[in-house]
Every structure is written in structure tokens, then in C-alpha cells.
Design a protein around this ligand. Structure first.
Ligand SMILES: NC(=O)c1ccc[n+]([C@@H]2O[C@H](COP(=O)([O-])OP(=O)(O)OC[C@H]3O[C@@H](n4cnc5c(N)ncnc54)[C@H](OP(=O)(O)O)[C@@H]3O)[C@@H](O)[C@H]2O)c1
Length: 273
């Protein structure tokens, strides 16, 4: 039997890097894409590819390269980042870029692999969202919008493609050790205006994140194992989580929106004290 093939975006760091290593170790052909090709791991079965998910030509070339394999089994839409800051102050140009990366990039890549998967009558799209696709917090507004949207997009896609033997599923990581936190938290100050009225909220939030962040237990390797399950289970679930507490937090926000909102309000109030 020929080897299975997976396409992974955002393979130069964090969970995408760790998944590239894991899938290759398990004998898959891994088409691993990121803008910093030099940071993508190398090894047997790994095909590093310079990919910008916001660029149509780059996306096409990435999928074409993988189409040289006998089958396209799994696409993992993992590339993403958080553009944080007060909603009043984050520039919409930056928001557009984030939506292009976290949502439209995933959607366009999926459109490129679906015809092959449909012809095979098997294949799976694994979308890396976040518990922040169900929850939210102050200063993360547009990031949460991209992940909420990714969840709905993936669920609707799943209702349309199951008839062809294909599935679209979501992984919702919670806080995980990677470059993500530094990038997201670093963007808050860059996006705030010089005399921002949100200074107290920003300072308090950053202090809180520093405290909680240092306790973030999950590693990117832990999440790579979750990606692997989402890609391989015979009867895939709609949602995958690393921990019970991640699952419960997402559930709480979904099922008790008013209570959840009050909890976030309390955190914001504490941050501004
Ligand atoms: N870490 C967390 O706490 C956490 C929690 C929930 C969800 N997530 C989500 O999990 C996913 C992986 O994040 P991570 O934690 O592994 O973060 P990370 O270490 O910062 O890795 C992000 C990856 O995305 C890639 N990327 C960004 N923009 C891209 C673009 N335009 N084209 C191609 N690749 C691009 C980066 O590669 P280049 O810069 O080289 O292109 C990098 O490889 C993201 O979708 C993130 O939102 C993270």
C-alpha cells in the first residue's frame, strides 16, 4: 500500500512543526508549508515548501506539488496568528491580513484539494481553530472572530462533503507553548495608539497573561498528537481538544453565554484595577 500524504500549513514553528515531525515519523509523505522555509524540519518523507497562505499562486504551487503523490489524504489548515489590541484601535488593514491568513487561506487551500479528494472518495480537512473559537477575552476581538468563523465554516463544509466520503473537523487548542503568545501579546502594544484610553486594560491583561502563560502546560508536541488523532480516527469527531479543561471552557462559553460574559467582564474589571 502506498504511503499516505498530508499537507500541513504553518510548519516552521510550534504545532505545525511538531506535527510535521510526527506525521513523517509515522511514515507519511508530509508537504510542509510556511513562509520561513528554512525553519521547516527536514527528514525522510518531509517536503518543505515556501508557502504564504494569503498568496493564490503560492497556494496553487503547494497543492500541485502534493498532487504528485498517489493520494491526498489530509489537509491540516494550521497557519495562523493573533492580531490583538482594542477593537477601537486595531487597523482594519491588519485585520484583513489576519482574516486572509486564519480563514480565507484555509478556505482557498481546501477548495484546491477537494476535487482530488472527491475523486478518491476519501480525505479529511483538519482545521486548527482554538478554544478562542468558542470563548473570547478583551483585546483578542478580531482573532476570536477569525476562529469563530473558521468553526462555522468547517461545520458547514462538513455537512456538504460527507456525501462524498470526506470530512472537515476542528481542533481547538488551549494555551500551548509556541511562538503564538509572544506574537499575539506583542501585537497589543503595536496596535494601541500613543495615548490609548485602554492603557490600564492593556497593562493589566499583559500582567495576567504573563502569570497564566508561564503555567501553560500543553506543548506543541502534545497538540501534534491531537492533530494526528483528528487526521486518523475512523469515525472523526467534530471537535478535538487536548485537555478536559479546554473542552469544558469551550462548552461553558457556548452553553452559558451570559454567565461566560460576566466572567470575562470580571477579568477585565480586575485588569483595570
Ligand atoms: N499556541 C497557542 O496557545 C494556540 C492556542 C489556540 C490556537 N492556536 C492556533 O494554532 C495554530 C498554530 O499556532 P502555534 O501555536 O503553533 O503558533 P506559531 O508557533 O506562531 O506558528 C504559527 C505558524 O503559522 C505560520 N504562518 C503564519 N502566517 C502564515 C502565512 N501567511 N502563510 C503560511 N504560514 C503562515 C508561521 O510560519 P511562517 O511565519 O514561517 O510563515 C508558523 O509556522 C494557529 O492557527 C493558532 O492560531 C494556538
Amino acid at each position: 500500500m502506498s504511503k499516505k500524504t498530508v499537507l500541513i500549513t504553518g510548519a516552521s514553528s510550534g504545532m505545525g512543526y511538531a506535527s510535521t515531525v510526527l506525521f513523517a515519523k509515522q511514515g507519511w509523505e508530509v508537504y510542509a508549508g510556511a513562509r520561513r522555509i528554512e525553519k521547516i524540519p527536514s527528514g525522510t518523507g518531509i517536503h518543505p515548501f515556501k508557502l504564504d497562505v494569503t498568496d493564490a499562486e503560492s497556494r496553487r504551487a503547494f497543492v500541485q506539488a502534493a498532487q504528485t503523490e498517489p493520494t491526498l489524504d489530509v489537509l491540516i489548515n494550521n497557519a495562523g496568528y493573533g492580531e490583538y489590541g482594542p477593537l477601537e484601535e486595531v487597523s482594519l488593514d491588519k485585520v484583513h491580513k489576519q482574516v486572509e491568513t486564519n480563514l480565507f487561506g484555509a478556505a482557498e487551500l481546501t477548495k484546491l484539494v477537494l476535487p482530488t479528494m472527491r475523486a478518491q472518495r476519501f480525505g479529511r480537512i483538519v482545521n486548527i481553530s482554538s478554544i478562542g473559537g468558542d470563548m473570547y477575552s478583551a483585546l483578542g476581538g478580531w482573532y476570536h472572530v477569525t476562529k469563530h468563523a473558521l468553526n462555522v465554516w468547517s461545520d458547514v463544509l462538513d455537512t456538504e462533503i460527507q456525501q462524498f466520503g470526506l470530512r472537515s473537523v476542528i481542533v481547538e487548542p488551549g494555551g500551548t507553548q509556541s511562538s503564538w503568545g509572544d506574537i499575539a501579546m506583542g501585537s497589543i502594544k503595536k496596535n494601541a495608539s500613543a495615548n490609548t484610553p485602554y492603557q490600564a486594560l492593556i497593562d493589566g491583561t499583559l500582567a495576567m497573561v504573563t502569570r497564566v502563560g508561564s503555567h501553560s502546560s500543553a506543548t506543541s508536541e502534545d497538540l501534534a498528537k491531537v492533530f494526528y488523532r483528528a487526521a486518523n480516527e475512523d469515525k472523526p469527531k467534530l471537535r478535538y481538544y487536548f485537555s478536559f479543561s479546554d473542552r469544558m471552557m469551550a462548552h461553558f462559553a457556548r452553553v452559558h453565554p451570559t454567565l461566560f460574559h460576566k466572567t470575562v467582564m470580571r477579568m477585565s474589571a480586575r485588569a483595570t484595577r
